[in-house]
Design a protein around this ligand. Structure first.
Ligand code: A2P
Length: 287
């Protein structure tokens, strides 16, 4: 998942290295959009054989710098949630830019027509299969942890399985909410969802964006806003209940752990592909 990049993509003396068409598992970049000086998204071609479930992640990257002694280059890969839904012809990713990070210092410069490495082995815990049936699903995200939910929000099963879909997104600044906000706004005109689920399906969505370091309509960490009951009041919903609520968590490590404790305290149990239950948490950076 993408936050993992922020956690692991720490300082190194990275020099720009051009991707070449000889990359293993190469895919072609079809579009790049920069959202802020810290965030960008991009789309790449999808390998014909790649099947995945919305919410899963794959390893992507570029060739690293040549070894000073041998001149050999090794792939530099990180786990990235696929931000596009499973039915999309292309694959979309949403990434942080770490200026001295080994991968994202280079990845942030990719342009349409460039190549990246994509290992076609999707895995992940943020999948519908890992949850028992319920009435309401909560997607809890911080920062680029929005990515798997960008996939799941465009996935028909999300609306087939639940009466209500609550997406919370906490970022430092208002600009960091834009990717998510625009995506959610675009759902109203999503042809597939309108056709498969029915017009007005988007009324099932409750969007709750918050910021922590810049003024916005709602300020504060979602964890605090839930603990104080303010989020429930704002959303006009009942508190978390293990009978009806299901949840997925994806954000920075401290956030994931804190929210996991809160869900457990509310009586929800962690699920897995092999044993579906009431909530799941992104495992990419715990491995
Ligand atoms: P804060 O600004 O108070 O640290 P980052 O960009 O560092 O990954 O953080 C993304 C967002 O997640 C920020 O708004 C940050 O708030 C928030 N955040 C960080 N840790 C936690 C946590 N343990 N619980 C809730 N929100 C968190």
């Amino acid at each position: 998942m993408n936050e993992m990049t922020a956690v692991t993509d720490t300082a190194s003396e990275a020099k720009p290295a051009k991707a070449t068409p000889t990359l293993p598992d190469a895919q072609t970049v079809t579009a790049v959009k920069h959202w802020t000086d810290r965030l960008f998204s991009f789309r790449v071609s999808r390998p014909a054989s790649l099947r995945f479930r919305s919410g899963e992640f794959v390893m992507i990257g570029l060739m690293g710098d040549p070894d000073p002694k041998t001149g050999k280059q090794k792939p530099l890969l990180r786990a990235y949630s696929i931000a596009s839904p499973s039915w999309d012809e292309e694959l979309e990713f949403y990434s942080i830019k770490v200026q001295d990070g080994p991968l994202t210092s280079k990845l942030q410069h990719i342009k349409k027509g460039d190549q990246i490495i994509l290992r076609p082995k999707p895995v992940g815990t943020l999948v519908h299969d890992a949850l028992l049936p319920g009435k309401r699903i909560w997607f809890f995200a911080t920062g680029t942890g929005f990515a798997p939910f960008a996939s799941l929000l465009r996935e028909p099963q999300t609306y087939e399985d639940y009466d209500e879909v609550i997406i919370t997104h906490t970022c430092r600044t208002a600009g960091e909410l834009t990717y998510g906000r625009e995506l959610i706004e675009s759902l109203k005109d999503d042809e597939l969802l309108n056709e498969v689920i029915g017009e007005g399906f988007w009324k099932k969505i409750k969007y709750y964006p918050t910021t922590t370091r810049e003024e916005s309509a709602k300020m504060g960490r979602i964890t605090d806003l839930i603990n104080s009951g303010e989020a429930y009041k704002d959303l006009g919903v009942e508190p978390l209940n293990p009978e009806s609520d299901r949840a997925m968590i994806c954000g920075n490590l401290a956030f994931n752990l804190e929210l996991k404790d809160m869900l457990e305290a509310a009586g929800l149990e962690e699920g897995a592909n092999s044993k579906p239950a009431q909530y799941v948490v992104e495992k990419a950076f715990l491995d």
